[in-house]
Design a binder for this molecule. Sequence first.
Ligand code: G
Ligand code: G
Ligand code: MN
Length: 768
Amino acid sequence: MKSAAQSWKSPLGIVAVAIALTVAAIVTGLGATVERLVEPARFAMLRHDASGQLLVVEMDAESAAAIKRWPWPREYYASAVDHLLQEGAKSIVFDVDFSSSSTPGGDAAFARSLARSSGLVALPTFAQRTRTGELRSIDTLPLPLFRRNAALASVSIAPDDDGTVRQAPFGTITAGTPRPSLSAFIAGRSGQADSFFPIDYSIRPESIPRLSFVTVSDGHFDPALVRGRAVLIGATAIEMGDRYATPGWGVIPGVIVQALAAETLIEGTPVSGSWEVSIAVAAMLGLVLARARSAIGLAVATTAFLLLFCAIVVGFQAFTQCSYPIAPGILLILFTAATRAPRMIIERFRTQRLVDEQTGLPNRPAMLEAYQADQRHYVAIAGIHNLGSVAAVMGPSVTAEFVLRIADRLRLAANDGSVFRIGDNLLAFTLGTHDDVEDVLLGLRAVLLHPLEAGNRKIDASITVGVALVGAAGIEVALTNALLAAEKAYAQGRFWMEDDTDLEDLAQSISLMGELDAALSGGEVYVHYQPKMSLSDDSIISVEALVRWTHPQRGNIRPDIFIPLAEQTGRITPLTLYVLEQTMQDLAIWRAAGHDLTAAVNISARLVAIPSFNQSVHAMLDRNIVPATALVFEVTESAPLANPEAAIKALQYFRARGVGISMDDYGTGQSTLSYLRTLPLTELKIDRSFVENAHRSRADAAMVRSTVELAHELGIKVVAEGIEDVGCLEFLRSVRCDVAQGYLISRPIPARDIASLLSAPIHIPAAA
Ligand code: G
Ligand code: G
Ligand code: MN
């Protein structure tokens, strides 16, 4: 079934279908009908003059008017034969019935002139239909008196079923006697009796020289017209003799049909080519045609190939006398086009179904189709919040342009992957698992900061992005999760957020935590450091240790994914101890090189209240790799609240040994500053969600300013995190913030990069 469907789509399959249809059309007679339809045009293309070897003597209206009686006295025929032979006619053939006698005098005169003709005159025999309908079972012969000195030629004409005469016989056999046809006799051609040849109607009947009978019987004609020519005598007057329908020339006298048949044989013996060859030639064109990609291409190619095929057949005939049927080729080419067309309509429909009408971007079904099988990546959805107002003010075409310009920028972020329009104001793209999602989104945010150009205007795009991992649940679920994350980001005033609904799914599907132990000892887990810069002299006074995990299959796993997991599965202790140990080792090296530096380590909320963890930390501090005063513990706001008593006690103990205590992510929890007074804090880190926009947003500015003031009153240092631009840094200086941390100063980097950063002065770009 499948292979049949497949072959039906291939060019070979299409042509095979077309050939079958063509053969069926030929068998059912449609081929013949088409052949007859194109016949006149075909003859018209090959139109040419007669050879000039044949002269027709017309028994025309003029002659009838002159002779006045009917039938004509045979003395006239006698006289005509005498005059023609006297002027050197090559032969004379009558298409006139001499089977019954007229006047004895007339018959005798005609017989005498035949006797003088030395056999150059041929008289006709007529085929008679018997009552059963059989052709030529009886011949009507000229009178024996005439027969004696004349040759005989049959003049039967057999129209096709549509009444049109297309072919003539080479000869006939009547009661065992073979006779040449009149045309074969004139042309001096022999051929198989009872076989037919096609009459060449491309010969112009007017180009056959003619004389009126009466001028011939009177002897008043130009002898030059007669000399050396075969002469055919027959009736052209409408009231005498038969008239036949012909392709291209209308209804013409039988004698002219005979003349054209004779001229055909004078030019050569025509051959009819087989339809199989026509089909074979057309099939080659069909193979090309079946590859047409567009509807217009198909239409143009079909027309071109029809003309080409006709040109091949007609051209071949012009040079070789061999005429191949045209209908099989025409039918095959048309059938090929007709077989190809529905597939193209289906394909057209398919692409339409997969494309967003307004912008031409691939749409949601296209995305589902493209990522059906593929599970190793993130999807990102960008929600355009001001699309409605852009559409209302600018109209649909500018809106489309606006969307396309946003898609261009998303494409940059997505490494030139496809961008899909999965909803009116939703664009989606994918990221590989080895992409650093945060990195990509930072880049994206940077490119989106510049206004977009649409409809010759600059328009700002208001966008938030949600990211979700495509897991075993598939792309559709991931899209829903990403959309939820984008909405969450919008509600929280963030540029982007990652969906976290698949944490459990993640843990189960790869038993990530089972791999963490091995990862810790195997070097997959390591530490990067992000500098903290003093705002009083722009020197690096500290670094924050941030753990990293590069999984051999999944790529970089973000700490906000595996740290909560590690907490839930009791692995946070070894992880934190590992980070602390590593940090102390690195710090010792930097300090030995003369840098008076501290380092901060993030301590998970739950850990501080756990005695075994605290014991391990104290044991590590006892080893004195670096003095305790060189360390800072960053604890999140919610930690002391979880088990206040135990937590406060533990922190006080560390503080007593000299370790700095920093309140991380300040502002995101519920605690007030006065409550925080009960904690032994040395430092407050204002969460980056407030810092980010502090120089742009009045509310954030007020929050940061008041926090700095209150912290200073409590004797606590303030660190602002998440600084990404110079304006933000300038604002923090203006409110007397102590320390700054953020991508503007440095991203989290490997230990050896910290070393080189410390030995060179840090360069902050100047404000614009
Ligand atoms: O860099 P960033 O993505 O690196 O960190 C994400 C979150 O993970 C931050 O909130 C940070 O505090 C936390 N984090 C980074 N390293 C550690 C660590 O060693 N222990 C704990 N508990 N949290 C960490
Ligand atoms: O929660 P914690 O304070 O430990 O925060 C550390 C996190 O903040 C890390 O994930 C780190 O990569 C990230 N971070 C540090 N500086 C910036 C910054 O300038 N911009 C953003 N977006 N994230 C930052
Ligand atoms: Mn921190």
